[in-house]
Design a protein around this ligand. Sequence first.
Ligand SMILES: CC(C)(COP(=O)(O)OP(=O)(O)OC[C@H]1O[C@@H](n2cnc3c(N)ncnc32)[C@H](O)[C@@H]1OP(=O)(O)O)[C@@H](O)C(=O)NCCC(=O)NCCS
Length: 151
Amino acid sequence: MTNPALPDIEIRPVVRCAQLEQLLDACHLSASDLTSSQALQLFGAFAGTELAGAVGLEIYSSVALLRSLAVAPEQRRKGLGDRLVKLAEERAEAQGVAAIYLLTTTAAPFFEKRGYRVAARTDAPDAIRATAQFSGLCPASSTFMVKRRTT
Ligand SMILES: CC(C)(COP(=O)(O)OP(=O)(O)OC[C@H]1O[C@@H](n2cnc3c(N)ncnc32)[C@H](O)[C@@H]1OP(=O)(O)O)[C@@H](O)C(=O)NCCC(=O)NCCS
């Protein structure tokens, strides 16, 4: 569905680039494992040539890590974050993912409204536990969350 607040945003696959690193930096998210994560798929939301938002998905068979969800401060509260999460969920479902995990320091309420629930780190699948985000890049105080496919 078209969102009138986001008339000219195009979401497409993106690779690590200076624009993406700047966006993640502005959103206080780490970019240091963007090339080392072999399973990482990245998507960028472009307003013309400007990178307005991004989301990353690391898929490990039936589980995935949603990470690097970032919307430029001036583009927030227009529905772009929601659109990026939905795109990541659709991609994950199409690739057979049954549970999506994430870590967040500030956006837990945003994700709760989108069906994610706080989970114990001890319940993390091995593949998620082995990611750079889980094992070190995200602060220990981050909230660990999961959304399981219901169908
Ligand atoms: C979390 C984040 C991605 C949200 O991005 P966003 O584009 O503002 O998200 P949305 O616009 O889809 O939704 C944000 C809120 O704005 C509201 N909103 C959406 N469109 C709106 C509009 N046109 N007018 C006013 N409010 C609107 C939504 O209802 C939502 O509120 P809710 O969470 O209470 O439901 C963004 O704040 C961000 O980049 N944060 C820093 C990085 C981060 O924490 N990432 C997550 C960890 S990976």
